[in-house]
Design a protein around this ligand. Structure first.
Ligand code: ADP
Length: 646
């Protein structure tokens, strides 16, 4: 076994690998960028090596520096995690060239699965079902349109080098084909430097079911399936194992196909074979097709660990060190059911806009496995994926595991950034999801109800107001010795709504709360707040100038100084600012253009996504301060919108 390994990654996956390595008695070396000097993975590793600036291309993608760090720290092997260099065959060659072990598959296996078209051909030869379509060399638009006609609409255009849902377009009708082809190619060219596409039958009511495989370079086993159908814009949101409605026959067919795929390329280590499944007719052994193989450990691997009891990172280390496959197929079994929810700093109603911030408060209830690279007080920087944590629960049945996931999310307290916590919580309460009726379109269909923000109950406002007046830790009544019997004013703002509250200690020891005409009575009993005789739902937490109430829904109030003069916001919307640091991809307007509310003004690429900046009102373009290709800071003025002169 190795005595020292280096982890060429950051965040939760680096922490995940360190945890298992440590449990196996293996020393760990972390690498870090300027942005990660104080990160958890650096604190946990036995040794840490600085490798460069915050941009991934200056650090986590610098294979040369990472290999040098392994050499100088005495590491014998490199674990790539996921993302960054994990599926880069040149990096694997360089690692092996330096006499080190790459904890993962061979460069040849990664290359074989690197492009979707070549992978599909290879799989077809290996007898693995692939989605009907055209994945040949002829890229002539007319030929591709002809292929689409032959396949039958709707079709999906996919970049062969694609990933993360980029370079993908669904086309409903032949007359829309050419435009969709152009835009898919354009996106693929910018994102991957390769505009080759393939055309596939669009599977109706699709389910994404993938199979975890594990190989030793010759033979492979599978560790059953994961259902990752809950997606937004082709990105996974909640994953589970096993798949709802899975039959033994279907599981055997999919498992065998996945093992065939892995063995066809002499796969070594942990990998995932992704299938698309036709959910419209129920799960049928003739209704699943190979999509692609991910030649690395996946983000969602913990749900497989939860139902099989296998530590996949331990298996990775053992097989990389030369051991045989740790189990035979017949030794592997499924116990219970597991879910994983990906908790992100992002603004869901704003279109899943990635967010940043310092998490002044971060707390998870017991009862769930939390995989995270973030601690209280850490900052979500704009440089990397804004993941806060993966929340993983298991149970003897799907219903129990789901109830635990809901409880874990509702008990999670995060202040300092907007998050998708409430959206994930709403998904756990979705009737169709609870019934196991999942497909990749579920979120898009029900996005309005999943993001609906009901009016804030007055009790929640009262709880927030009480928390602001409790001294320090609200858990003891002693905190109220400073309370005066006269009324004190607390002004709280929640979005557009301002609540003017007054509080005072009542002669009977309770606390009176008046909010815009309503009168309530608060009381501290048994370590909890009671309002009007009922136990308050949720917990309030005061950080800086904000009060957050965490319950089924999170409400972040801003504390307003009652004496402060109201700021004049008359000019709002006149200057279009960059919402985050990023690259200006396109500017669609010029000085003097008349635009309507909603007109697209520019596209900003930031945090792996494109964000369209639109006019907030009608107006005339007064100034254009940037051009395409410019790198801008958060808050940079991009475009000035002036009033229309009559
Ligand atoms: P990427 O590599 O960009 O993630 P994938 O090929 O893995 O692209 O596909 C991503 C998602 O797109 C899938 O999980 C599925 O939801 C959807 N998808 C892919 N192929 C099809 C298809 N032929 N029909 C319907 N949906 C599809």
């Amino acid at each position: 076994m190795f005595h020292t390994i280096l982890i060429a990654n950051r965040g939760e996956i680096a922490v995940r690998v360190i945890t298992t390595a440590r449990a196996m008695g293996i020393r760990t070396v972390a690498v870090y960028s300027d942005a990660d000097r104080d990160a958890l993975h650096v604190a946990l590793a036995d040794q840490a090596v600085h490798i460069g600036g915050p941009a991934p291309r200056d650090s986590y993608l610098r294979g040369d520096r990472i290999i040098e760090a392994a050499r100088t720290s005495g590491a014998q092997a490199i674990h790539p995690g996921y993302g960054f260099l994990s599926e880069n065959p040149e990096f694997v060659d360089a690692v092996e060239g330096a006499g080190l072990t790459f904890i993962g598959p061979s460069a040849a296996a990664i290359r074989a699965m690197g492009l979707k078209d070549a992978a599909k051909s290879l799989m077809q030869e290996a007898g693995v079902p692939v989605v009907p379509g055209y994945h040949g060399e002829n890229q002539d638009p007319e030929h591709l349109a002809g292929a689409a006609d032959a396949i039958g609409y709707p079709v999906l255009i996919k970049a062969v080098a694609g990933g993360g849902g980029k370079g993908m377009r669904r086309v409903e009708r032949p007359q829309d084909f050419n435009e969709a082809l152009e835009s898919a190619k354009g996106e693929a060219a910018t994102a991957f430097g390769n505009e080759t596409v393939l055309i596939e039958k669009y599977v109706e009511k699709p389910r994404h079911i993938e199979v975890q495989v594990f190989g030793d370079g010759t033979s492979a086993v599978h560790l059953f399936e994961r259902d990752c159908s809950l997606q937004r814009r082709h990105q996974k949101v909640i994953e589970e194992a096993p798949a709802p409605g899975m039959t033994e026959a279907m599981r055997a067919a999919m498992g065998q196909a996945a093992v065939r795929a892995a063995e066809a390329i002499g796969y070594k280590g942990a990998g995932t074979v992704e299938f698309i499944v036709d959910g419209a007719r129920g799960l049928r052994t003739d209704g699943f097709w190979f999509m692609e193989m991910n030649t690395r450990l996946q983000v969602e691997h913990p749900v497989t660990e939860a139902i099989t009891g296998v530590d996949l990172v331990e298996w990775q280390l053992r097989v990389a060190a030369g051991e045989a496959l740790p189990a035979r197929q017949q030794d592997l079994t499924i116990t219970g059911h597991a879910f994983e929810a990906r908790l992100y700093a992002e603004d869901v109603p704003a279109g899943f806009l990635p967010a940043t911030g310092t998490l002044d408060h971060l707390h998870f209830p017991p009862g769930a496995r939390i995989d995270s690279g973030i601690r209280r007080g850490d900052t979500i920087s704009p440089w990397y994926d804004p993941m806060i944590a993966k929340v993983i629960t298991r149970g003897p049945t799907r219903a129990v595991a789901l109830a635990r996931l809901r409880a874990a999310l509702e008990g999670a307290q995060i202040a300092g950034s907007v998050t998708n916590r409430d959206f994930l919580g709403a998904l756990t309460r979705h009737a169709g999801f609870a019934a196991g009726d999942v497909d990749t379109g579920l979120i898009a269909r029900d996005i309005d109800s999943l993001t609906a923000a009901p009016a804030t109950p007055v009790e929640t406002v009262a709880l927030a107001a009480l928390a602001t007046r409790a001294e320090g830790d609200a858990k003891s009544l002693a905190g109220f010795t400073l309370w005066e019997p006269h009324w004190q004013r607390v002004v709280l703002q929640d979005g557009e709504t301002t609540y003017d509250c007054t509080l005072a200690r009542l002669p009977d020891g309770g606390i009176g709360i008046r909010i815009d005409g309503a009168e309530l009575r608060g009381e501290r009993r048994g370590g909890a707040w009671w309002i009007n005789g009922g136990k308050a739902t949720g917990e309030a937490c005061v950080t800086g100038g904000r009060v957050s109430v965490f319950g089924a829904r999170t409400v972040h109030f801003t504390l307003i100084d009652p004496l402060a003069v109201e700021a004049d916001t008359g000019a709002a919307g006149g200057v279009i600012l960059a919402p985050m640091p990023g690259l200006v991809k396109a500017v669609f307007v010029a000085v003097g253009d008349t635009v309507e509310k909603g007109t697209r003004l520019a596209v900003l690429e930031a945090m792996k996504m494109e964000h369209t900046l639109a006019a907030g009102r009608d107006g005339v373009i007064g100034e254009v301060l940037v051009e395409a290709g410019a790198q801008v800071e958060a808050g940079a003025a991009l475009i000035v919108l002036e009033e229309i002169d009559d």
